[in-house]
Design a protein around this ligand. Structure first.
Ligand code: ZN
Length: 195
């Protein structure tokens, strides 16, 4: 049975992955909400369930390889590939680009699915799509667990996300939390209280 968006959000909440506060996101914007995805990814049975939902969306497509960007995307790519019976390879950061290391390669014409955990600006996924271009593969689509832009990012390719949420984020000079003098947190850098 398919999980509803509400059930998926509940999994993130139950795991303590939805944090409230004042955060500087990797995009440089500020937000009052942050998804600490590793709170979910620490539970293999949730990963299996969520990736199973993504795998279902692409079950009828021919696929040879699932590609995910480090770090969270490694776990998603592995589990989606396991459930679809394909290879999984990982796109690692090198400066402002993504590269395949560890002897990973792609053959021309292979059918590729790109996956990631949280879509915030689409930056990491775009880096992976750029990395794929010279390999001349068949890009089947992109699969995302949580799209926190509410579907506003157009990657130029079929994109499936399990949960679309609009989470406000502001440029630092327009941030209402900064205006109120609330101390800011770099996610991942300290203990955060989940609500
Ligand atoms: Zn702020």
């Amino acid at each position: 049975m398919a999980l509803s968006q509400e059930q998926i959000l509940q999994i993130f909440r139950d795991c303590g992955a939805v944090l409230h506060g004042h955060f500087r996101l990797s995009s440089g914007k500020h937000s009052d909400t942050y998804f600490e995805k590793f709170q979910v990814l620490q539970y293999p049975h949730y990963v299996q369930q969520l990736c199973g939902e993504l795998a279902k969306r692409f079950r009828d497509d021919r696929l040879d390889v699932v590609v995910g960007p480090t770090t969270g995307g490694v776990i998603i790519a592995y589990e989606v590939a396991r459930q679809l019976g394909t290879r999984a390879i990982y796109a690692e950061r090198e400066g402002d680009k993504r590269v395949l290391r560890r002897g990973f390669t792609l053959r021309e014409g292979e059918h590729v699915l790109v996956v990631d955990d949280i879509l915030t600006t689409g930056g990491s996924v775009r880096e992976v799509l750029q990395m794929l271009e010279p390999y001349r593969v068949q890009l089947v689509g992109v699969g995302i667990l949580v799209d926190r832009t509410g579907g506003q990012v157009d990657l130029g390719v079929r994109t499936e996300s399990l949960l679309q949420l609009v989470v406000e984020a502001w440029q630092p000079e327009e941030c209402p939390l900064c205006l109120r003098g609330e101390p800011i947190t770099e996610p991942g850098s300290r203990f955060l209280q989940a609500r």
